[in-house]
Design a protein around this ligand. Sequence first.
Ligand SMILES: [Mn+2]
Length: 242
Amino acid sequence: MHLSQQQVSKKLWFNFLKNNELETCDGLVLVGDSVDVMVGACSEYLQDYEYFFRGLKEYITRGKKVFYVEGNHDFHVSKILKKASRVFEFDLSCLERVRDKKVLRVADHKVLITHGDLYFDEDRIASAYQTVIRSALVEKLVEDIVPYKFIQKVASKLKDNSARRKQGHDFDQSEHLQRFREIATQIRGDENYIIMGHSHLKDEFYGDGFVYLNVGYPPLQREFLVIEDCGHRWVKIEESSA
Ligand SMILES: [Mn+2]
C-alpha cells in the first residue's frame, strides 16, 4: 500500500480497515511494500508508522489473521513486528511474516502470494543485490548494527532511482506488465491464483489453469482484492472524511 507518514496514507489505511468486506474475511494479506520504508528493527519505525500498527492491532483484535509479505521497501521485518506486538499489545501469532512467497488455501483455491521483486532481475546487479541483501545473515546485521538514518538515506535514493526510471522515456509500461505476467507463469506450481504487487500496475491475466492478479498501487487505484469461494473480486476503498 506504500503507506507513508502523510495524512493521506493514514486515511487510506483506516478507510480500508473500515470496509465492510473485511468483516466477513478470515484474514488479510499485505502483499509487500505495505509501508514506504521499514528495513530492520529500528524502534523509530514504531513511531513513524504508529497509525499502521494501531490499525493492525485493531484488525487482529477482531480475531483475524494477517500475512505480512515482505517487499523491497519493507524487509527484515521479523524483529520489528515482534517489537510492535509488545508495544501495541497484539497477539504476534496472528501476524505471520512471509519472507519470499507462500501458498494459502482460500476456500477451494490455492493462492500463491509474493511481492514479485525477487523474480524481477532485469539486470544481474539487481539480482545479486536482492540475493545478498535479503539473506538471513544480512537480516542479522541490519537488525543489530545498521542505524536508522543510514537506512532512510539508502531508501530515499532507491526511491528516486525507481521513480526516475518509471518516468523515463525508456520505461515501457506494456513491456513491464508483460514481464510480470511471464514471471507469474514461470513461478506458478499447481496454484490457481498468483497474486503479486511491485509492478504498480493493476492487472488481471488469465493463464492456462490460473489467474494472475496484481494489486497495483492502492494509493492511486484505491482498490483491494477479495478471494472467496466463487472466485475473486475487486473492491473500492471508500473515501471518507474521518
Ligand atoms: Mn516493490
